[in-house]
Write a new protein. Structure first.
Lengths: 277, 256
């Protein structure tokens, strides 16, 4: 038997496994998922019992809800001169906040991406910073900024910018990390600097993903900016709150309809945009 | 003649303990067309990447034109890399940019940060890039997006990008491993002819022995991170080939 044949025998004959002292270990079962499922079910039953909900309210409530809905008709459009500018203000708050977040995250995401960061600690620090901004809801950020800078659209812009920044850094960095490392290597090998590699190699490659995430984020932020008015950060939410507080349900319905039209048209627009990118 | 590249006692151990290269020594002289052969995992790619320091050597020296690239600071490394073109198995083009733009990436090392980042290149660079594309037969494709090309065309763009650096040395890492036989021949011909005409030294990793014998002026065989053959293609006997591929080459199908 020649040398070559011997080696090929070793590779192809599976029943020789016993020869090379290799133990065949049965993989351990993963109890983690099962455990989580069982715990989830138990916690659901416990909550059902513990919260002690009075279900009779549900029926009465439904009836009351429809009576109120009836009271809301017809919508009162007489206050349009206040409502429409407020709606536009909400839109402005959302766009300003999103743009600020996109610009800052474009810089920070490259530091958070482990394939580009100067070292892995920088990436981890930037990522933890992003997580912190993301786990605090926009409305809490708004309350914090209202204390800091007073009522009006500014705290709204800041709140949306900070919370969006947390998400955008994460998703932009992920898109960059998914990029094929060979492309970066090729530009490096030609003597390009890191800024050039990012501008000429990374950004063109991940551009579609970045645009899709930005559009999605803008959609979410427009929704959030209407809510922010409820805590006094300007916009149409504030008008809705005022109408509800004074039991002016007809105006409230009109405001709700304006919000619906606004969000719906933004979604239509962004769907069109997504088709283009 | 002075060697253009000297490899002295080069070792590479990866952080997980894998010894990729151990005690590699050889000199490459201007005008040589060196082909490195060896089984997958022998350390061919690592060897090539130590030469332009895409991989950090553990020990030893890599000296390109009397400059120790392993001792150079990051600015010097960039300057040395400009003179070393690299061609990859997976082409590594930026898909969404035009063919011409991809070729111009070879000029980034010579362009200042801001202009380079914005993709503003000098007229001279653009004319030269167009000439290179004409040379590899891609003039018509210059405004196409890189991902609209076929594999063989993509690799010709890869070669053009390396050439636009006006390199003294070209490193090609398995340039034909992702191509069909016809494109493979075309690509090897381009690399060989251009390097001969422009007097560019080439170091090419290949795993097809016949191709190596056809083009190489010198063959280096490596196995398990060590050089076990270094000589003329004519000296590469069947026995040596067997030795190089010895413990990893079970025949896929038995010939005859």
């Amino acid at each position: 038997m020649s040398e070559l044949e011997k080696s090929s025998d070793n590779i192809y004959s599976l029943n020789r496994n016993e020869d090379n002292n290799e133990m065949i270990v049965k993989p351990k079962k993963d109890f983690f998922i099962k455990g989580v499922l069982i715990f989830g079910c138990l916690f659901f039953l416990f909550s059902l019992y513990e919260l002690n909900i009075d279900y009779s309210n549900l029926l009465e409530g439904t009836v009351a809800f429809f009576i109120m809905l009836g009271d809301m008709f017809p919508p009162n459009i007489s206050e349009w001169a206040y409502v429409l500018p407020a709606a536009i203000e909400s839109l402005q708050v959302a766009i300003l906040g999103t743009v600020i977040a996109v610009v800052i995250s474009l810089v920070l995401a490259f530091l958070a991406a482990e394939n580009l960061a100067p070292n892995k600690w920088v990436a981890r620090i930037v990522k933890s910073f992003a997580t912190l901004m993301r786990v605090i809801p926009t409305i809490i950020w708004a309350l914090i900024f209202i204390v800091a800078v007073g009522l009006g659209p500014l705290p709204g812009v800041l709140a949306i910018a900070v919370h969006s920044l947390g998400m955008l850094i994460k998703v932009f960095a992920q898109s960059v990390e998914e990029m094929d490392g060979g492309k970066i290597e090729a530009l490096k090998a030609s003597g390009a600097g890191s800024v050039q590699i990012i501008a000429q190699g990374v950004i063109p490659t991940v551009l579609t993903a970045l645009m899709a995430w930005t559009i999605l984020r803008l959609e979410i932020d427009i929704g959030e900016s209407t809510i922010l008015g409820l805590v006094g950060a300007g916009g149409i939410g504030w008008e809705l709150m005022r109408a509800m507080r004074s039991y002016d349900f007809n105006t409230a319905l009109f405001i709700t309809m304006v919000i619906f039209v606004m969000i719906f048209s933004v979604e239509m627009l962004s769907n069109r945009l997504k088709l283009k990118v | 003649m002075e060697p253009i590249l000297k490899i002295e006692n080069l070792d590479k151990v990866y952080p997980d303990g894998t010894v990729a290269l151990s005690n590699i020594n050889f000199n490459v002289y201007p005008g040589e067309f060196v082909v490195v052969i060896g089984p997958s995992g022998a350390g061919k790619s690592t060897l090539l990447r130590c030469m332009n320091r895409l991989v950090e050597p553990t020990n030893g020296n890599v000296i390109f034109k009397d400059k120790k690239i392993n001792k150079a600071n990051s600015k010097q490394v960039k300057q040395i890399r400009r003179e070393i073109g690299m061609v990859f198995q997976n082409f590594n083009l930026i898909d969404r940019l035009t063919v011409l733009n991809n070729v111009l990436h070879g000029r980034l090392g010579y362009t200042n940060t801001i202009k380079g980042s914005l993709g503003i290149f000098s007229k001279k660079d653009i004319t030269e890039a167009e000439e290179i594309l004409a040379r590899v037969g891609l003039s018509k494709q210059k405004y196409k997006r890189a991902d609209e090309l076929s594999g063989g065309q993509m690799q010709r763009v890869g070669i053009s990008r390396a050439l636009s650096q006006r390199p003294r040395l070209i490193l090609a890492d398995e340039p034909i491993a992702s191509l069909d036989p016809a494109s493979s021949k075309n690509i090897m011909d381009h690399i060989y002819n251009i390097c001969t005409e422009d007097k560019i030294t080439a170091i090419v990793n290949l795993h097809q022995v016949e191709v190596a014998i056809k083009y190489a002026t010198r063959i280096i065989g490596i196995q398990n991170g060590e050089v076990i053959f270094d000589g003329q293609p004519s000296q590469l006997t069947d026995k040596v080939i067997d030795e190089i591929y010895h413990d990893r080459r079970p025949p896929l199908v038995h010939a005859q």
